[in-house]
Design a protein around this ligand. Structure first.
Ligand code: SF4
Length: 750
């Protein structure tokens, strides 16, 4: 048995009493989010009226999950923590390092060869510390977690921003940096700012072309990429029970795109059916016994405005299929308005590649609905007019879909079945039809569409939508095609409409798999040696960062003033750089190379204030570091949005950047910066951003009295001898100030 039924029984044994006590203490009904959070307070934390989006609270999550790209740094930190074994069930999943090029078999073989050192390291550390290991080819972390580990009422952290996928099964699942995961694996309290609550009431029932993906695509348009910051999105209303568990997972997964801490659905019979269908009848039975504790109290739905900080209502019966993009997931368009947008904005109309997969949309249901469209189109004499790529979410889904003839239907339509892995979703796509930086359009069922994310081409216009619409647009080969209203010409010259999608929530003959790809850890890992070759360019032992020197930062040179969107992809690119995720010095050569310099609108060109030459950002940071100088990065809104990768915080730390001063931060990234001992500051008056000049030296005054809630002073020393002064805010609490002083949270742990 892969899942830990004893742990789940222990959690369920305590949930009712803890939730009842919380209700009594607060004297009111509780939302589902509150129930699970209050039942997971760290030992010693007393329940009180925590202020949402203000109070930091310590929690005790039940599980940890890590993917191969982020696990390297997390496990390197775990090795430095002095612990012998993980304190909670934890898993590592090899999914990001597999490049999509030819087909599943060839690519998997190549990945095993090129990443052998890293996979062996992850396997050995997992074995040593009691961590379950999912081999390359086993599947994408969030699909594997949903199939095996997620359970209603549980709480987990994962070193990946789409960890909230498990909310589809009623779990509070939060994406974190590796240092946070190490806290949980080391048995330490895990700290989170008590989130606000966004209640999304779902009414009605989906039909026709509308899919669960459209719920979150529409919501992304409403909330934008920042709208969920420091909030948990809780779905309620009768519409929730009409959605499959994997459909709910899709919605929760992409809540990360609005910056939400996580998203969650209540436990219902669809959840129970999925648990049973994936071999976890015991969990379904246990959950059924405590159903009221795995749902919000009914009173909260009667007057949601009293319990949620924001309430949004979506009628599933009226929901139109959506397509979002390009370059940002919150540019949301109902399909009826999309063609006009394509024409007005001059997006490349030819649809070049359709991609179905990713942790967002690679379930059995997704594949069957898309395959149905393809099958019916073939029966109607229609051909497929764009390249077609499918990445199944897990070996279990792949094996079952192959057995049921689904994959064959895709292949008959010309699709290539790639490995059960992230592949094109994270720039691990060796795209063979596009070598230049030509402007072109692709449509994916993924969650993210930042520039260069899929194929490294900044001019690839990537649009995210449901697998059903990916299939339809791939058949049409035209971005302006609307399958609800438009027809296509078949081989006989007739005009035909595509058939509405029909699929199976779960395989009628049940799931099957020969080798799911799981390796349990040794009972006793104490004798297992983990070696890191000092000559390796993939792995590097971590050296502790220097503690703070006790002084204000004085006249640090500006490294770069970033303009516009700056996601973790801009700060620490993925794609070819994924191979250095275990080697801090090597990967630091990608630091901020995707960020646009506000002074010249170019990427990776920043002014060396001494030579007055434009130089690469990492090179200038290394030069400052060699001279014993720290430096400062200035940026705009939602800095660090996107993923949980802590490399985006560790690289600047390693290259001696001292301060990140921005208009606002994305939640996970701000925490990552704090954990690595960086100073993360925000402009009190956002207009002060405009005062920063290219050759500035920047002082941060007040660090000797660094105190929660007290602003620091920023002094800009301009090249002409003049100065500007203004205040910068921070959100550090006492403990986090301790991390800053110690040099990192890990230094504080040792
Ligand atoms: Fe993998 Fe893409 Fe999902 Fe990230 S978002 S876990 S890269 S499939």
């Amino acid at each position: 048995m892969i899942f830990d039924i004893d742990m789940i029984r222990e959690v369920y044994g305590q949930l009712p009493e803890k939730i009842t006590q919380a209700k009594q203490k607060l004297g009111r009904p509780l939302t589902l989010t509150e129930k699970i959070l209050f039942a997971h307070l760290s030992p010693g934390v007393t329940l009180e009226k925590f202020r949402r989006a203000e109070d930091y609270v310590n929690f005790a999550p039940d599980r940890v999950a890590m993917q191969d790209a982020t696990a390297q740094m997390a496990l390197l930190q775990l090795m430095n923590s002095g612990r012998k074994n993980v304190a909670v069930p934890s898993t590592v999943h090899c999914d990001h390092l597999i490049q999509a090029y030819k087909n599943a078999e060839t690519d998997l073989h190549t990945a095993k060869v090129t990443n052998e050192e890293v996979f062996n390291f992850l396997r050995d550390v997992s074995n040593k510390y009691g961590i379950g290991f999912w081999k390359p080819g086993a599947g994408i972390i969030h699909q594997v977690v949903l199939e095996n580990y997620a359970f209603p009422g549980g709480m987990m952290v994962g070193t990946d921003s789409h960890t909230p996928n498990a909310g589809g099964l009623g779990m509070i699942a939060i994406g974190v940096g590796g240092a946070d995961a190490v806290d949980v694996m080391a048995g330490l309290p895990w700290e989170l700012k008590m989130p606000k609550l966004i209640g999304v009431k779902l009414t009605g029932r989906l039909s026709g072309w509308a899919s669960p993906k459209d719920v979150i695509l529409k919501l992304a348009g409403i909330l934008t990429v920042k709208g969920g910051t420091n909030a948990i999105i809780e779905y309620f209303g009768e519409g929730t029970s009409t959605l499959s568990a994997t459909g709910k997972g899709t919605i929760c997964n992409m809540g990360a795109e609005v910056g939400a801490t996580t998203s969650i659905f209540p436990f219902d019979e669809k959840s129970a059916a999925y648990l049973e269908g994936t071999g976890r009848k015991e969990v379904a039975d246990e959950a059924r016994k405590i159903t009221p504790y795995l749902q919000a109290d009914p009173e909260t739905a009667n007057n949601p405005g009293s319990y949620y900080d924001q309430v949004i209502e979506i009628n599933l019966s009226e929901l139109e299929p959506h397509i979002n993009g390009p370059f940002t997931p919150d540019a949301a368009f109902p399909i009826s308005e999309f063609a006009q947008e394509v024409k007005e904005k001059g997006y490349p109309r030819k649809m070049e590649v359709g991609l179905i997969g990713s942790c967002t949309n690679s379930s059995y249901e997704d594949l069957t609905r898309a395959a149905h469209i393809v099958r019916k189109a073939k029966e109607e004499g229609l051909s497929v007019n764009a390249r077609f790529i499918i990445n199944p979410g897990s070996e279990q889904v792949r094996y079952t879909a192959e057995r049921d003839g689904i994959l064959q239907e895709f292949e008959d339509a010309g699709a290539v079945i790639m490995a059960n892995a992230c592949g094109p979703c994270i720039g691990q796509w060796k795209r063979t039809d596009e070598k230049s930086e030509r402007s072109n359009s692709i449509v994916t069922s993924f969650n993210r569409n930042f520039a260069k994310r899929n194929d490294g081409n900044p001019n690839t216009h990537a649009f995210v939508t449901s697998p059903e619409l990916v299939a339809a647009l791939t058949i049409a080969g035209d971005l302006t095609f609307n399958p609800l209203t438009d027809t296509l010409t078949n081989s006989k010259g007739e005009q035909v409409k595509l058939a509405e999608p029909v699929g199976f929530e779960m395989p009628p003959r049940g799931f099957a798999v020969e080798d799911a790809g799981y390796l349990p850890p040794s009972e006793d890992g104490s004798k297992i040696e983990v070696s890191i070759n000092p000559q390796s360019n993939r792995l590097q032992k971590l050296e502790p960062f220097e503690p703070w020197n006790g002084k204000d930062y004085e006249e640090l040179p500006l490294l770069i003033k970033v303009k516009g969107k700056c996601t973790t992809d801009h700060i620490s690119m993925a794609g070819p750089w994924l191979r250095f995720r275990g080697h801090l010095d090597n990967i630091s050569d990608n630091m901020l190379i995707g960020a646009v310099n506000a002074f010249n609108d170019e990427t990776n060109k920043t002014l060396d204030p001494v030579t007055l030459q434009y130089t690469e950002v990492p090179a200038l940071a290394r030069k400052f570091k060699a001279e014993g100088l720290g430096s400062v990065v200035v940026a705009e809104e939602n800095y660090g949005e996107g993923s949980s990768r802590e490399h985006a915080a560790m690289e600047p730390r390693h290259l001696n950047v001292k301060v990140i001063l921005v208009k606002s931060f994305a939640r996970i990234h701000e925490t990552n910066l704090k954990k690595q001992g960086m100073l993360a500051l925000t402009f009190v008056d956002k207009e002060d951003y405009n005062k920063v000049q290219e050759k500035d030296r920047i002082s941060i005054v007040g660090l000797t009295g660094f105190t929660p809630g007290r602003n620091l002073k920023v002094v800009l020393h301009h090249a002409d001898g003049s100065t500007d002064e203004f205040e910068a805010a921070h959100t550090y609490n006492e403990q986090q100030i301790g991390w800053f002083k110690a040099g990192s949270a890990l230094n504080g742990m040792m």
